[in-house]
Design a binder for this molecule. Structure first.
Ligand SMILES: [Ca+2]
Ligand SMILES: [Ca+2]
Length: 107
């Protein structure tokens, strides 16, 4: 038998095994990626729920943002609440957006 024929035969034997190995490797990685995605999704949902809870409580006019007045309403310690509002209000406008609320809540 010519060496080239032997090589081809060997390749035909080895390649399917290698392909199988590769597939298994990818499967494990896919699973890990899937798990990571699930974790990230759960984390996003947790944040979204927390912000929604906050808005339910504070956002009286239901515009999806919380003004300083809305935030201070019902707070006992208005000074601390005001400071927290100012710290979270990154762009120094009149209200907290969802992402600013995430900061306020320490998410
Ligand atoms: Ca509002
Ligand atoms: Ca703001």
């Amino acid at each position: 038998m010519k060496p080239i024929v032997i090589l081809v035969l060997l390749a035909a034997l080895i390649l399917p095994v290698e392909a199988k190995k590769k597939k298994r490797g990818n499967g494990a990685r896919d699973k890990q990626e899937e798990l990571q995605k699930k974790k990230e999704k759960a984390e996003r949902e947790r944040k979204r729920d927390a912000v929604n809870d906050f808005l339910d409580k504070k956002d009286k006019n239901e515009d999806g943002m919380v003004t300083r007045d809305e935030h201070l309403a019902g707070e006992v310690d208005k000074e601390t609440a005001g400071k927290k509002f100012d710290a979270a209000n990154k762009n120094r406008d009149r209200s907290l957006t969802r992402s600013e609320i995430e900061d306020l809540l320490g998410l």
